[in-house]
Structures are given as C-alpha cells and as structure tokens.
Design a protein around this ligand. Structure first.
Ligand SMILES: [Zn+2]
Ligand SMILES: [Zn+2]
Length: 643
C-alpha cells in the first residue's frame, strides 16, 4: 500500500521536483518523485516511519513557487504510471530557497550575510554560465577554488551535491563598498554584515546606493527622502512582506506571485496615501530577488522602512555609495507577470522562463531578440545567444531586423507575428490545424494560419506620427474645428503633437495626448488599472473597411478630452474598445475560414480591461495563449521552430 501526495505544478521546470528528491535523500526516506506536465507526484511506502517527519520538514524546505498549485493525498495499491517530463540540468535564476536563506541569516554558518549563497535548486546560477554544458569549468567561478568545507559539502550536503557554483565567504566572491573618499573590502562575516548595515542606513537617511546585484546594477534610494527625479518610473522594492497590505491593493494571487521564489515583476494598484503620492494609481513592484537585494532589504527594514525603490542602470550611474564585486556576470531581462483571477501570464522577459529545454526534431537553429534555440547533446535548449558556441545546423531561422550575422547558406528571415502565433499553436499541440490569430503588440494584426503558413489577414493601417494635425483635420467633416478647439484648450500638448517624429507608435502618442508621465503603452495600462467604474465610453476605432484607424482613434480621444472625461476612465475605455473591436472581427474570420481555434499573442493583452473584455467577447472560443513562454516577443525563438 502506497501513500501518494500530488501537488499541481504547471511548468516543465525541474527545480522543485529535484529539491524534493534531494530532501528525500537527506532524510533517507524512500520516495519516488515523478513530474508530469501538470503535477509532481510523490509516492511513499505507507508504513514508512519517517513519513510524518518528512512531510513536516517538506513544508519548511519547499519554497513558494509561481508554478505550485493545490495538493492532495490518497492511498493506492499501485504506483502511478504516467509520462514524466524530461529532466534537464539547466542553471536557474531565481531567489535563494528557504534553506539557503536560513544560512544567510545564521551567524554560525559559513555564509552569514554572504549574498552569493545558493544550492542546486535555487539562486543566481545562470549569471555565471559562460557555455554549455553547465559545470564549474564553464562558469566564471572556475578561477575560485572551493575551500575544504565547501569541498566536503559537495559530497555530504544533499542540496549541494556536486553543485557547480559552490562557494562561501572563505572561498567565494569578495564584496567592496566605496563612497567618495574611501573603499572597504568585506573579508569576513562581520565585514559582510557591516557592509549591508551601512548600506541600509545610508538609504534610510536619504543617500543613494549603486549596487551590482545579480540582475545588474541597481540604484537604490528612499523615495520619500531623496531628490531623485521621475520616481514614478522606478520599481518599488517591498522590503518586508507585511508592507504589502498597508501600501498596495492586491488579490491573493498577486501576493503569492510576488513572494514566490521566482520573484517576478508585477504591476499592482496602490493603496496607501504615501505610495499613491509617489507613484499614482499603480506601481511596478518587486520583492527582493537575489542575495544582495535581500540582505540590503533586511537592513532597510532594521532602519524602519517598509520599502525603498530602485532603477536599473549601468555601473557609471552617479550615487553616494557603491557596492561592487569583480566577478563578471551575465544578466537576463527581468520577467513581468500578469494576473487576472486564476490566469497567470508571463508578459515579457527572459528570467524565470529561460533557459529551457524544448522538443524539436528539426535540425534548425533559431535566433530572435538575442535568444537562440540550439541543439546540444541532442537536447534543444533556448538560452541567451552568448552562451552557445557555433554549431553545425542544416538551417538557420533569424528574426527580421535582428542584428545577427549567421553566414549560413540556408538562412531564413521570419516575421515576429508569425513566430509568435506558432509558439502558441505548438504549446497547445495545434500545429497543422487551421486557426485565427490576433497579434497585438503596439499595433494590431489579425492572422490566419491555414495549417502551413501564417498570413497577415487584416494588417494594421500604417501609422505615421509626423504632420499629425494635417491628418486629423482632414479625417472627416468638422475635424478641422476639433483641431482648433484642441489648440485653444491644450496649447502645450498641441505644440508637442505638432512636432512628433514619424516613427512613434499610437500608444506613445496617446500617452502624450493625455499628459501621462510614462509616455508609452505601459503608462496607459497603468492609468487604466485605477479605474474602478463600469465603463461604457465608446472610443472610435475605425472609419473605413472595418480596419483600425489610428487617426480616428486619436480624434475620438481628443474630443472626450475636450469634454472633460477623466484620464483613467479614458484609458480603461481605450482597452475596452479594442476588446470590442477584436471581439467583433475574430468570429467573422473564424466563420470565414471554418476554424474555432483562436490564438492571442503580444504584450498588449496583459491589461486588465482588455483581457477582461476579451474574456467576455471571445470567451466561448476559449482563446489560446502562451503558458510556458512569454506572450510578448520572447516567444518567437520557440515559435520559429515551427515555421
Ligand atoms: Zn538553496
Ligand atoms: Zn568555501
């Protein structure tokens, strides 16, 4: 008789299942750990006397994860026989696990305040990788020789068995802190602790700190006590979990995502007056995501703050203090997550999702947005271009516009929207079946996949932002009057719009029109988030042949502006109107081609009002989106395998 524990797990990532295996080894219990496409199944001997202690301990060593769901347990006479996902040994780039964190805050450990603490199942690993296969010799750590204690751990610590990046204060990476006059090198536990203490206090007292973190240089500051400009564009770093409910308005799923070991970026609505005053209606939030940021946050809390802020920058940024180290690291683009009820989408970025192993039986290398999919030892791996050596391949697929010289005789260039649509179809095993797609990434494309090729069925009308007023005033009768009125009411905006360059997208221009601080699609999205009403404002999206008309759209916004409609209501309505438009066109296309498969791709869909509206208008068609890849442009490297 077996005792079986199942936990939902919605990712092919192996680190949680592997951690459970290692923990079983450490506790010397017999446990079968099986990972399938949607769960992790642990099978124990029902009579095992260690079972109870193991299960209790498991709660302490398992991190919260974006991918973990509900658990259930039952008894069975048979072991479950299911298809396992493939096991791969790829370097992760997540926060330290509970066990490693404990070490960092345990004064008796060799890693007290050592920010590079990690194990086989957590922390900053990918940063050190120079090429595959992932072993110490292929990392920037290769010149550091592990001390005796670390060497022993390679055999004795189940969590660090043969761990390529093992290190501690004794044998690891040195840290130093500099201000305008002096430099301090941290050499022992006391120094490491002191360094973060001084850094935390400096920030609390209004100083700025430039720190090389495992995600690149970040300039940290206290947003309530500094003269930093454009605070609204910084990321809010919540230093203690208790601060979330005081300062932000979040649902449980958002809270769980922010605290997960994957530590994504998330845009959430603000709540406290002080955070509202700093960021307006919504803010991009982060919970400490690497050892350095985590230790800093600890000391910031000791100084009495709930949160600080940071901007991503380079090593030359001006600041009062600098915390630096000499080891070269590769950073990945951070990953944004979007949450709507029980749906969780990866919006954009590389971290968390890449590197990953994918299935492909083609002899093809794909390249897009500095990512590549390359076959190594018969496994197809998607990762940053820089970590791959050159390989032999039959064909090379490179994204249109990508700055990459392959010099291959069989090189193909492909369009973003085509690869994006294929990435969704491939994830949902629909390659070869007819489908309708909507690709919305600043501009809006309606696509048709005939089972072989992706066709741009209703392409967007090109938008040129120069000579804007000429285009608007001739749109329809009476438009010239609107232009006149607008010039009187908003002379400054009028002036700016009169001098735009030709290559701006419609969302940038809309944000300028509305006078938003963040002049981008993100700015409009952020503004829309604060609208709590019901909607109902109809923004004109088209004039002729049923296609989206950028100029009609802007004209409509301007006339509402003249009618004193609030910005957040307008931004909300913009997305709602897009939702209605998409909801009207897609069923027509479906009927026309006789398919009920609908695919949505593009970052613009990561918006509460648009997403909500699409669920309402297209919900019956059950539109498919990326699950294990970003819905944004970074899905192309995968989709191109299916072109
Ligand atoms: Zn760990
Ligand atoms: Zn060591």
């Amino acid at each position: 008789m077996y005792f079986i524990l199942e936990i939902a797990f919605s990712s092919p990532k192996n680190y949680i299942a592997n951690l459970i295996r290692a923990y079983g080894e450490q506790k010397q219990i017999e446990v079968d750990v099986l990972q399938t496409t949607d769960k992790i199944i642990m099978t124990f001997n029902k009579e095992d006397e260690k079972l109870e202690t193991f299960l209790l301990g498991l709660e302490d060593i398992l991190p919260a994860s974006l991918f973990l769901g509900k658990g259930k347990h039952y008894f069975s006479d048979n072991k479950p026989a299911l298809m396992p996902v493939s096991k791969s040994n790829l370097p992760v780039n997540i926060a330290p696990c509970p066990t490693c964190q404990k070490e960092m805050f345990d004064v008796s450990s060799r890693r007290y305040y050592y920010p590079f603490t990690s194990c086989n199942y957590c922390g900053s690993q990918h940063q050190f990788l120079t090429k595959y296969p992932y072993e110490r010799l292929h990392t920037t750590m290769k010149f550091l020789v592990p001390c005796e204690a670390c060497k022993n751990e390679l055999n004795l610590n189940a969590l660090r068995k043969d761990y390529p990046l093992i290190s501690c204060i004794e044998c690891g990476i040195g840290l130093r802190m500099l201000d305008k006059e002096s430099e301090h090198m941290a050499l022992n536990k006391g120094d490491y602790r002191k360094l973060f203490e001084v850094a935390g206090r400096a920030i609390a007292s209004g100083k700025t700190l430039l720190m090389k973190t495992m995600h690149g240089y970040r300039k940290f500051f206290n947003p309530n006590n500094s003269d930093i400009k454009h605070i609204g564009l910084s990321t809010l770093l919540m230093a203690r979990a208790e601060g979330f409910n005081t300062h932000l308005m979040m649902v449980e799923q958002e809270f769980n995502a922010l605290l997960s070991i994957e530590r994504p970026l998330l845009r959430v609505a603000t709540k406290s007056d002080e955070v509202k005053a700093l960021y307006g209606s919504s803010v991009l939030v982060k919970y400490p995501d690497d050892g350095l940021t985590m230790l800093l946050a600890k000391e910031v809390v000791t100084s009495g703050l709930d949160y600080i802020a940071y901007i991503e920058c380079d090593g030359n940024e001006e600041a009062d203090f600098l915390v630096d180290f000499d080891m070269p690291i590769n950073t990945q683009k951070d990953t944004k997550v979007f949450i709507n009820q029980d749906t969780k989408l990866f919006v954009s970025g590389e971290r968390i999702l890449y590197p990953t192993e994918v299935q492909s039986n083609k002899d093809r290398v794909t390249v897009a947005h500095d990512l590549a999919c390359v076959k190594i030892d018969n496994k197809s791996i998607v990762d940053s271009l820089g970590v791959f050596d050159s390989v032999d391949t039959q064909e090379l697929y490179v994204l249109e516009g990508e700055d990459f010289e392959g010099g291959h005789s069989n090189e193909h260039r492909f369009e973003q929207y085509k690869a994006s649509m294929m990435s969704v179809l491939a994830e949902h095993h629909k390659v070869g079946q007819k489908a309708i797609g909507v690709h919305f990434d600043g501009s809006l494309h309606f696509l048709y996949y005939n089972g072989k090729n992706v066709i741009d069925a209703v392409p967007p009308i090109p938008f040129e932002s120069d000579n804007l007023w000429d285009k608007i005033s001739t749109l329809r009768e009476g438009s010239d009057r609107l232009v006149e009125n607008y010039q009187k009411a908003y002379p400054e905006v009028w002036e700016r719009l009169d001098n735009l360059k030709g290559d701006m997208d419609i969302f940038e221009v809309t944000a300028i029109t509305l006078g938003l601080e963040d002049e981008s699609f993100e700015g409009i999205s952020a503004e829309a988030l604060s609208f709590l009403g019901k909607g109902g404002l109809q923004i004109d999206t088209r004039v002729k042949d049923n296609r989206f008309d950028n100029y009609a759209f802007l004209t409509s916004i301007m006339s509402y502006q003249l009618g004193d409609v609030e910005n957040n209501f307008m931004c909300y309505s913009i997305y709602e109107s897009f939702g209605d438009y998409i909801g009207e066109i897609v069923p027509q296309l479906c009927d026309k081609v006789g398919s009920n498969i609908v695919v949505l791709t593009g970052e613009t869909f990561a918006n509460q009002s648009l997403y909500g509206r699409i669920q309402r208008t297209l919900g019956q068609k059950n539109p498919l989106m990326n699950q294990n890849f970003p819905i944004g442009k970074e899905n192309a490297v995968y989709g191109a395998l299916y072109l």
